[in-house]
Design a protein around this ligand. Structure first.
Ligand SMILES: Nc1ncnc2c1ncn2[C@@H]1O[C@H](COP(=O)(O)OP(=O)(O)OP(=O)(O)O)[C@@H](O)[C@H]1O
Length: 239
């Protein structure tokens, strides 16, 4: 579904993403982890075509990521919701429905609003929403087009426990339908039993890639039962 080959992205003298390669398959739920400044957001934004890469190749469903054909296959949910202050919650979803030509969007929006407790917030303007409500609208907007690949940058930040539970359930449902989900996050608890695989970045490079068993094997101590947090701290050397 997503193939990243020898991707490099620099900002003046900073190499934010340094020659990384990986592939995500249909149905994968993959966590992108790493300390602050590791290059996670830059990686996701470059895949989404919002930043221009320096070198490397990115293909989505076999199409170069910047082409319209590729854009039909994914949605990107940014770390900080980007809403239109003067549109209501419902108008945001209506806008997405028209832009992506979503069939039966009214029923789908009702379903999403029910799951995210937004039914009674539909007529509120975006500027009147709390931080968590904005995040819910942003997530619903990313889910509505029903693409094959979902790029989420810190989706759980600001969400209440019920919304976190619903988001995890939705990710599992999408994965069961063969959809691919790529989640950048610091909230390791939120993906502990969700991700099939994690990529760990540090200083722009991928320093670990695999499921929990593979990360354990990389640390050379198969006997200890590491939590994801312990594995992360060991792998990144930030313990
Ligand atoms: N617009 C920019 N201009 C210059 N440097 C940038 C820009 N965006 C990111 N960087 C730099 O690129 C590197 C990677 O940043 P990035 O935001 O991708 O990290 P991150 O892993 O998402 O971090 P965090 O966990 O703090 O969100 C950092 O050194 C950062 O300072």
């Amino acid at each position: 579904m997503l193939k990243v080959t020898r991707l490099t992205k620099t900002f003046k003298k900073t190499t934010a993403v340094d020659n990384i390669s990986f592939t995500l398959n249909d149905g994968d739920i993959v966590g992108l982890l790493g300390p602050n400044g590791a290059g996670k957001s830059t990686t996701i934004k470059t895949i989404a075509g919002l930043l221009r890469k320096n070198t490397g190749e990115i293909t989505i469903a076999g199409h170069k990521n910047t082409l319209l054909e590729a854009k039909k296959h994914f949605t990107y949910v940014p770390e900080v919701p980007e809403l239109y202050d003067m549109l209501t919650v419902r108008e945001h979803l209506q806008f997405i429905a028209y832009a992506y030509d979503v069939p039966d969007w009214k029923e789908k929006v009702e379903g999403l609003f029910a799951r995210y407790d937004l039914l009674d917030k539909q007529e509120k303007l975006a500027k009147e929403l709390s931080k968590g409500m904005k995040q819910k609208v942003s997530i619903c907007s990313g889910l509505l087009p029903n693409p094959d690949l979902y790029l989420f940058d810190e989706p759980m930040i600001g969400l209440d426990p019920k919304a976190i539970r619903e988001t995890k359930r939705i990710f599992q449902e999408l994965s069961a339908q063969g959809k691919t989900i790529f989640i950048s996050t610091h909230l390791l608890d939120s993906i502990e039993n969700l991700c099939h695989r994690v990529l760990v970045m540090k200083n722009g490079r991928i320093i670990a890639d695999g499921d929990r068993a593979a990360l354990k094997a990389q640390l050379g101590d198969g006997s200890k039962d590491y939590t994801l947090e312990e594995l992360f701290l060991e792998v990144t050397g930030d313990e």
